[in-house]
Design a protein around this ligand. Structure first.
Ligand SMILES: O=C(CO)[C@H](O)[C@H](O)COP(=O)(O)O
Length: 220
């Protein structure tokens, strides 16, 4: 099976987690694109979706899925999103697609985070994928120095501006053995908008696309 087929398979499996008559949270990325396309087939089952990026909003609207402002939503039981890496505790690196801030906001608002990944995203320790950090432009050099002091090699994502008008530093060379501690430390650097480490609020369920079918992993 190709990687795209694995993504498509896991995206279809996530439909069973979509609650009837509710608004759901929808993430960003190529795996989520397959989920949005599958969701279109059952769009009458949901009231609408909260979107984590302009790209996902556009794709959902093209399918006739109603996109709702998070501020108008009282209850969000489920958020479906991909990840760049996920470790055995359900902690993730996200933000390869640059949507980490809105993703983290929606993840925090949701009762359950359903992570959809193909098996290549499973890692024993987070950090091989460069950790994205969204930064207010005037703090670029300050945050770069602080991240170096934490052992990383931050590199600005060239020519990229987030949906919120900020830049992204991709931090190479990390081995994040204590993701919750590391997330808290990076969050505290002034100028950091969001670190793409989702450990303090990790996944509740991972659906993993493998050549042998979709596997499910629950995290406590
Ligand atoms: O965090 C994300 C976007 O900001 C994505 O979930 C992550 O990059 C995975 O993307 P893909 O499904 O394309 O591999």
């Amino acid at each position: 099976m190709t990687q795209d087929e694995l993504k498509q398979q896991v995206a279809a499996a996530a439909l069973t987690h979509v609650p009837h008559g509710e608004i759901i949270g929808v993430g960003t990325g190529s795996t989520v694109n397959f989920f949005i396309d599958a969701l279109a087939g059952i769009k009458d089952r949901i009231k609408g979706a909260v979107s984590s990026s302009e790209r996902s909003t556009e794709r959902m609207r093209a399918h006739g899925i109603t996109v709702v402002d998070l501020n108008e939503v009282e209850k969000l039981s489920v958020y479906v999103d991909g990840a760049d890496e996920i470790d055995p505790s359900g902690a993730m690196i996200k933000g390869g697609g640059g949507a980490l801030t809105r993703e983290k906001i929606i993840a925090e608002a949701a009762e359950r985070f359903i992570c959809i990944v193909d098996q290549s995203k499973l890692v024993p320790v987070l950090g091989k994928f460069p950790l994205p950090v969204e930064v207010v432009p005037m703090a670029r050099e300050l945050v770069t120095r602080r991240l170096r002091a934490l052992g990383g090699d931050p590199r600005e994502r060239s020519g990229y501006i987030t949906d919120n008008g900020n830049l992204i530093l991709d931090v190479h060379g990390l081995q994040i053995a204590q993701p919750r501690d590391f997330e808290a430390r990076v969050n505290q650097i002034p100028g950091v908008v969001t670190v793409g480490l989702f450990a303090l609020r990790g996944a509740n369920v991972a659906l993993i696309g493998t050549a042998e079918g979709v596997q499910r992993k629950d995290f406590v």
